[in-house]
Ligand binder design. Structure first.
Ligand code: HEM
Length: 408
């Protein structure tokens, strides 16, 4: 059973300006008042932030608390029955994305070693192997095929499973349940049921690793006696969830964007050295993790407005990344742009821990796909591609593609 959640005025999910562009309402908000008051459906007063400078400042300011019930799993105005938070909620053990210092600092510190540029670089060869094997399997299929199921979802799932030490055979459990609690229009009880299914599965997994550790990241963490099984489970949940849903949507929506901008795809095919910059530009242009929120733990001045203590503050990374005050001609996809400074991996203390890993997967993924499938194209009209406007991470539900002939 589902029910329709009301959306606060001023923040629409509807992609009325095209599949890659912010909703026109959001753009208008940024143009008129980049830090705007907002009334939530329950009458609660809050704010919506859409300008680049204000979003960046907000992310850097720890007076804006990340302590929300289930962190990324809930958006206060979109989960029926879930009130907006006006005070810190009890913390979910291990879920440090929804914690403030010092709790956040303690847990994040345990993981930074595993995600450094150097450590992830060492994984590059293995990731490229995973990508190439998946491309071999794709090439054996008879098109049209759904690129989401056959490529964009398996690649990050395989990589994060191997890194964490989660059996890939169990992907049904985590893929189905992750997708469930990303649904906007889902009852709180159903969302919690999906969360419980995931944490039951991962709780058993980390308990096994504590008893008999192996060579993977969760085993390394399980060796830390100061982490409880509940904390280990929460960390495993966060990494597994963040590690596959985000990158999968970037790979599929990014491919869709390249197919719709053939001159950009051609530039990349002609000069693969453009790939690292193209990945940054696709991240900026698409911002699949878009709407996030904080609440003000104190009164804070932001963009000339006073955000009162206790206010919920919703912000759009996509709107910020399309701010003409920060990027010239922001609505144009330009793989040569040099999109440094985009906010798609966040900013400040919660900046994405897996960003180097994600970059490697995307370089290998987009690069391999363009090289091996020179004639890759959509198998249906672009306006029939089903957009994930109903989910909390944006992308496409399916991407039917076709080709004639493959390359080595
Ligand atoms: C945090 C985006 C891939 C793990 C974040 C945040 C964003 C983000 C915007 C900040 C959230 C906030 O400030 O509230 C993305 C995107 C990805 C991606 C767009 C892919 C293209 C990954 C991968 C991992 C990962 C592959 C792997 C493990 C995390 C974790 C956090 C995080 C653990 C929380 C960090 C903290 O609270 O200190 N990500 N992410 N992400 N991401 Fe990613």
């Amino acid at each position: 059973m589902t029910s329709t959640a009301p959306v606060p005025q001023g923040l629409s999910s509807e992609r009325d300006a095209g599949p890659f562009d912010p909703p026109s309402q959001t753009t208008r908000l940024r143009e008129t008042r980049p830090v705007s008051p907002l009334t939530f459906p329950d009458g609660h007063q809050g704010w919506v932030v859409t300008g680049y400078d204000a979003v960046r400042q907000l992310l850097a300011d720890t007076r804006f608390s990340s302590r929300q019930d289930l962190g990324v799993l809930h958006v206060p105005y979109e989960t029926p029955g879930m009130p907006a938070f006006t005070e810190p909620s009890p913390q979910v053990p291990g879920l440090f994305i929804a914690m403030d210092p010092p709790d956040h600092t303690r847990l994040r510190r345990m993981l930074t070693g595993a995600f450094t540029v150097k450590r992830t670089k060492q994984l590059e060869e293995r990731i490229t192997e995973v990508v190439e094997r998946q491309l071999d399997e794709l090439a054996r299929l008879t098109p049209p095929v759904d690129l989401v199921q056959e490529f964009a979802l398996p690649v990050p799932s395989l990589v994060i499973c191997e890194l964490l030490g989660v059996p890939y055979e169990d992907r049904e459990t985590f893929q189905v349940n992750s997708a469930k609690f990303l649904e906007k229009d889902i009852l709180l009880e159903d969302k919690l049921a999906a969360y419980t299914a995931m944490t039951t599965f991962l709780g058993e997994l980390v308990t096994g690793k504590r008893a008999d550790p192996g060579e993977d990241l969760l085993s390394d963490l399980a060796r830390h006696d100061e982490l409880t099984v509940e904390e280990l489970t929460g960390i495993a949940f966060l990494l597994l969830f963040a590690g596959h849903e985000t990158t999968a949507n970037m790979l599929s929506l990014g491919t869709f964007a390249l197919l719709e901008h053939p001159e950009q795809a051609a530039a990349l095919r002609a000069d693969p050295d453009l790939l690292p910059g193209a990945v940054e530009e696709l991240m900026r242009y698409l911002s699949v993790v878009d709407v996030l929120f904080r609440y003000a733990a104190e009164d804070v001045e932001l963009g000339g407005e006073t955000i009162g203590k206790g206010s919920t503050v919703v912000f759009s990374l996509l709107a910020a990344n399309r701010d003409p005050g920060r990027f010239d001609d922001p609505d144009t996809l330009d793989v040569r742009r040099g999109a440094r400074g985009h906010l798609s991996f966040g900013h400040g203390i919660h900046q994405c821990l897996g960003q180097q890993l994600a970059r490697i997967e995307m370089r290998a993924g987009f690069g391999g796909l363009l090289r091996r499938f020179p004639s890759l194209r959509l198998a249906i009209p672009a306006d029939e591609v089903r957009l994930r406007t109903d989910m909390n991470i944006y992308g496409v539900h399916e991407l039917p593609v076709t080709w004639t002939g493959t390359a080595a």
